[in-house]
Design a protein around this ligand. Structure first.
Ligand SMILES: *Cc1c(COP(=O)(O)O)cnc(C)c1O
Length: 385
């Protein structure tokens, strides 16, 4: 069997009894989140960003669910993801954010995917390619209105506009990306919305898209013809500092392998970074940074920098003690009544009141990074399919 065929087998998630962590993904909640965002933007189209393996949750499962729900347009990072998506969503419009290089031309035809054109060089190469192959598959034109990452500068885009009205570049979408949408008061939002609104007027008849998840909550002026949410679909709060309007999607639990008692003054874990200030009971959990629990959420050594990570056991919060290691995490369960927790029970790191954003905050990172690092070692359960 060719390697390309063998690979999906090798990354199949293991069965429950054969591994320590369990990741439960609620596909019905992803659909509900998509429908909620559709209502939020009313008449505009709600696409779905499923890059990075559907933000770590499984491209096929996520896109299959949203395709069946009526989502028509998807964004992925690269052609390999586009190829997987095409096998799942036969009729979907697929945009590839990383853009066009001449070597990838045939793959765009093969997959019927559309590149997001990120520079005038790419546009010239795309034009030459589509002319030579007589291909009319479409492409997005990405304009940089302030991110300064990818995209064509507004003045160059404005100069191209008259040509798109007469020649057929096959531009099917005009898009730009917000740099600070999760901070509504940031002045860059208004500046980017203004620049994009001006530009859109020059590209009459071509649909326009600006908002990511957080951008949807900036109001009508950011909605344009299509929104491109990713993180909010998967339950990350698109409005940090305010209540999360999205449903939770992910639950992450680890099996307790052992419960041990340590005396006052005993240290726990690598580097002996945590010392018991009293006689303590410790639960050792079969989950670690290799499963996507960030090592930066370790206990104690973070000192003043904030709360360490914690897990829920029997309805109570139990802090991480010592360093999170590759396969194991130690929790202080001293405050739980004797006998309520047993070897083999589950400790919940995401779910049961702990959000993706909570775990991210304990590690000094964002929910996006936590999601996309969720490992392939966990047993995966898809609910609401
Ligand atoms: C990742 C990405 C999105 C989705 O962003 P979220 O914040 O996850 O909603 C939208 N547009 C572009 C260009 C992206 O790279």
């Amino acid at each position: 069997m060719a390697l390309a065929e063998a690979l999906p087998q090798t990354i199949d998630a293991p069965s429950g009894p054969e591994t320590g962590g369990t990741l439960t993904i609620d596909l019905a909640a992803i659909e509900a989140n998509w429908r909620m965002l559709c209502r939020e933007i009313r008449t505009a189209e709600c696409a779905a960003v499923v890059k990075a393996n559907g933000y770590g949750l499984g491209l096929e499962a996520v896109a299959g669910k949203l395709d069946a729900a009526g989502c028509k347009t998807f964004f992925v990072a690269d052609l390999a993801e586009a190829r997987r998506l095409r096998a799942t969503a036969g009729n979907a419009v697929i945009y590839v954010l990383s853009g066009f290089v001449p070597e990838s031309g045939e793959a765009f035809i093969d997959i019927a995917a559309r590149p997001v054109i990120n520079s005038t060089t790419e546009l010239a190469e795309w034009d030459a390619f589509v002319a030579q192959r007589n291909w009319r598959g479409g492409a997005a034109l990405h304009v940089d209105t302030g991110m300064n990452r990818l995209g064509i500068p507004p003045d160059e885009a404005a100069a191209l506009a008259p040509r798109t009205q007469t020649e057929n570049h096959g531009i099917t979408l005009l898009m730009s990306h917000l740099a600070c949408a999760e901070t509504p008061a940031h002045p860059l939002n208004a500046a980017q919305i203004r620049a994009f609104t001006e530009l859109r007027a020059l590209f009459r008849g071509i649909p326009a898209s600006l908002a990511n998840s957080s951008g949807i909550f900036l109001g009508d002026s950011a909605h344009c013809d299509m929104a491109r949410p990713g993180a909010a679909l998967y339950g990350v709060n698109p409005t940090p500092g305010r209540p999360n309007p999205m449903q939770a999607v992910v639950e992450l639990t680890g099996r307790i392998l052992q419960i041990r008692s340590v005396e006052k003054g005993t240290t726990v874990g690598y580097g002996a970074t945590w010392t018991a200030k009293r006689a303590a009971r410790i639960a050792v959990v079969a989950l670690g940074y290799a499963d996507g629990v960030p090592r930066a959420a370790s206990g104690a050594e973070r000192g003043e920098r904030g709360q360490p990570g914690a897990a829920q056991i029997a309805g109570q919060s139990c802090p991480v003690v010592g360093r999170i290691s590759m396969d194991l995490i130690c929790l202080d369960i001293s405050d739980l009544s004797e006998g309520v927790v047993h070897r083999g029970d589950a400790a919940t790191f995401i779910g049961d009141g702990i959000t993706i954003d909570d775990l991210a905050a304990a590690a000094g990172t964002i929910g996006y990074e936590v999601l996309t690092h969720l490992g392939l070692r966990c047993h995966r359960i898809y609910r609401g399919g």
